[in-house]
Design a protein. Sequence first.
Length: 334
Amino acid sequence: MRIALFGCGRIGRVHADAIASHPRAELAWVCDPMQDIARELAAQHATSATADTAAVLADPTIDAVVIASSTPTHVDLLARAVRSGKAVLCEKPIDLDIARVDACWAEIGAAEPLVMVGFNRRFDSSIREVRDRIRAGEIGRLEQLAITSRDPAPPPAEYIAKSGGLFRDMTIHDLDLARFMLGEVVEVQAMGANLVEDYVEKCGDIDTAVVIMRSAGGALCQIANSRHCAFGYDQRLEAFGSTGMLAVHNQLPTSVRYAGPGRTEAAGPYSGFFLERYGPTYRAELDHFITAVEKGGPLEPGFADGRAALVLANAADKSMRTGSAVPIAPAPPL
């Protein structure tokens, strides 16, 4: 499968590595308006670089595109790629504006496009195992889901100002993960605070949040987020059911523990950040995308999942600002 990559920044480089190393994929183009970084990435993978989006999309030998460019470019590139007959793997979010997301689907939906949204945590082997064991009934009826997600340090102010806010930028991964485990969500309540850096508040955002949700099946979910964690990248999940519990803990470099006069069970630091913790998920995500395209679908998570996560992020933001729980209306059919 010949794949073109849009966006040669940090995430674009991760996708480029995944494509180049996949046995059934060829990185045919890298495209970025910043031609220096496009040429640098192309040289690393012995492929072609360009800033000409139209030329890439007009190439009849391209089977699929990966969109890893900045969020404001996603909708346009996604729609143009679909019109060009390409399958699409688009990084989250589809857009920060639900109206633009819906307008995009109104334009492309009739074509029954092959579109996948990059919620890579669904492809973490431990998380997927928990979901599969819940579905197999191992812990009975799922009653509570707890997701903890804390970054080592906040991003710079320039990023925060354009991110769409904590819920749409960071929590959206956890919101999709909650739907992955729980199914549809019918109610959202959230609180936020500024406890980490003054510049985050000056950008009109929060750096700390707790989100509570109720699923259609009655189970409750709690998400704890922070832009700061003194001990590394804190990523945990706990699924509590009527007959048992399943948990995903932070990953450590080894299983060695130290015990001494001043401390016991001491271990090495957690993963540094998301690439260390979730690096393999990008390759698993790409493999799912390629296999699904080869077989004609279905792609998971799809466009509807991307839309649903944004709806929940918007609801969390509204709840935080109003102090009230926000009901979630049934999603329109896509």
